[in-house]
Design a protein. Structure first.
Length: 254
């Protein structure tokens, strides 16, 4: 399909293959990848990680030391907008530079729509190549050119072909692909992820984002989230200041 062709209106949201976690794990280890059965509270700044409570990644295949590096696994968290736990899946690719939070939301009810996470102050952009039927692109104000330069029709077509029904987010030094539950659960799924990883790696190596001019962007939790350790440290600082103020007021009142 050329980039000027309107993508099909419907994308399958079912798992890539029947769920077989034991085979997923065995296949990953046989290919030389590390494997992590349970990873509580991974401190990524991607939306599915930063906007959830009690976030736990499971059955994570760690291919970060491979030629085309990636992480892939399942994710469970509680999201306030959804009012319940939501099970999703994710693939993460390391980037060559830090980027603002640019979000590509699938037109169908993918992972981000299931969680009910809002786009905050991000603005919605019109996509090139008639891809507005397939995705909606959001980015912080002032980063329009970067968003459109990164999420090219070629890259969006890649997502459509490799991981149908997926959302994507480029934030900090990671590209996340978010899917519904059951997308990372079998050797067939791993085959597909490896192919996507190779294509994404080629795209990143070829472009290297060296020509992109990215202005510093102040981060808020509503936009890309903060690591929980930083949020806890900030809370302690606020409590300490408040306690000191109350003590001073008590002394001054005598």
């Amino acid at each position: 399909m050329s980039s000027s062709t309107v993508p099909p209106a419907g994308f399958p949201l079912q798992p890539d293959a029947p769920v077989d976690i034991a085979a997923w794990r065995s296949s990953a280890i046989a290919r030389g990848y590390a494997y992590r059965e349970r990873w509580p509270d991974p401190e990524f700044t991607g939306l599915l990680f930063a906007e959830g409570d009690r976030v736990v990644a499971t059955d994570v295949v760690d291919g970060l030391r491979s030629i085309a590096p990636f992480l892939a696994g399942s994710l469970t968290a509680t999201y306030a907008p959804a009012g319940s736990d939501v099970a999703t899946s994710f693939i993460a690719f390391p980037l060559s530079r830090s980027m603002p939070s640019v979000v590509l939301v699938n037109a169908r009810r993918g992972a981000l729509r299931q969680t009910g996470i809002g786009m905050g102050s991000r603005q919605m952009l019109t996509l090139r190549g008639n891809f507005d039927r397939a995705f909606t692109l959001y980015c912080p104000i002032g980063h329009e050119a970067v968003a459109l330069d990164v999420f090219t029709p070629e890259l969006m077509q890649m997502f459509l072909e490799a991981i149908p029904g997926s959302d994507a987010e480029m934030v900090d030094e990671w590209l996340f692909v978010y899917g519904t539950a059951g997308r990372c659960t079998s050797p067939d799924s791993l085959d597909r992820i490896e192919r996507l990883s190779a294509r994404v790696h080629d795209e990143i190596v070829r472009r290297n984002f060296g020509s992109l001019h990215v202005e510093p962007h102040p981060r808020t939790r509503a936009e890309i989230g903060l690591p929980r350790t930083l949020r806890f440290a900030a809370l302690l600082a606020v409590v300490a200041v408040a306690a000191g103020t109350l003590a001073w007021l008590g002394i001054s009142g005598h």
